[in-house]
Design a protein around this ligand. Sequence first.
Ligand SMILES: CC(C)(COP(=O)(O)OP(=O)(O)OC[C@H]1O[C@@H](n2cnc3c(N)ncnc32)[C@H](O)[C@@H]1OP(=O)(O)O)[C@@H](O)C(=O)NCCC(=O)NCCS
Length: 222
Amino acid sequence: MTVAELLPALGLRVTAGPVQLLGITDDLIPPLCQLAENGIHGEDERPFYAPWSSAPPGILSRNTAQYFWRTRADFLPESWALNLAVLHDGELVGVQGITTENYWITRTGETGSWLGRRFQGQGIGTAMRQVMCAFLFDHLGAQEVTSAAFVDNPASLAVSRKVGYREGRERRMTRGSGEMALNRELVLDPADFVRGEDALSVEGLDAFRASIGLPPGNSSTR
Ligand SMILES: CC(C)(COP(=O)(O)OP(=O)(O)OC[C@H]1O[C@@H](n2cnc3c(N)ncnc32)[C@H](O)[C@@H]1OP(=O)(O)O)[C@@H](O)C(=O)NCCC(=O)NCCS
């Protein structure tokens, strides 16, 4: 028996042109942690809900590995987070994920992502979000995809705008230890989706669909 048979998220492989999204098997965890240690953002920036990426060296990589292990251990059809490693032209560049509850009913989920700093600002963040949204709409029958970003994160907001999301409300949230930060909700409807140029190929689809309570194939019915 393989790990992908035990947890089909680990056997997913979504390819579109130069972008590949791969289930995060153990061999990918140390290089992803190294990428995070090398830096995701400036010292005074806080792009995430939890300040995990601002932890001291060493702690940051352990936290990152534990997060990947935790999301695997907690994967249930009714509540799951799918984190996929992103390769661009074969090079490991970051992570694209989605988190959802009761997906087979709600058909929605919130994406989250990061890239190593040296890979940012070259269109890769847009391309990997387009691949994830195409996978969700075309292969998992999503009815919408959501995103959210603090209003001082112009790159994430720009990606959402380019991919066709409409802006939702601004929420007042706590960030770090006691700072109030405005966070913008964003919603993408299938009709508004601005697709990338490359067609998708997906490996491990039927097993993954079964693991989240969907029947085999691309059908959007349960
Ligand atoms: C968010 C992230 C994944 C986007 O990926 P990316 O590869 O940098 O994004 P792209 O290059 O595809 O697009 C970025 C867009 O933001 C725009 N942008 C970046 N900084 C900007 C700024 N200060 N002001 C205005 N626009 C800005 C770019 O101009 C570009 O838009 P354009 O193509 O229309 O010019 C990446 O920047 C990242 O990992 N950031 C740190 C972690 C993070 O913020 N994660 C998301 C949490 S919600």
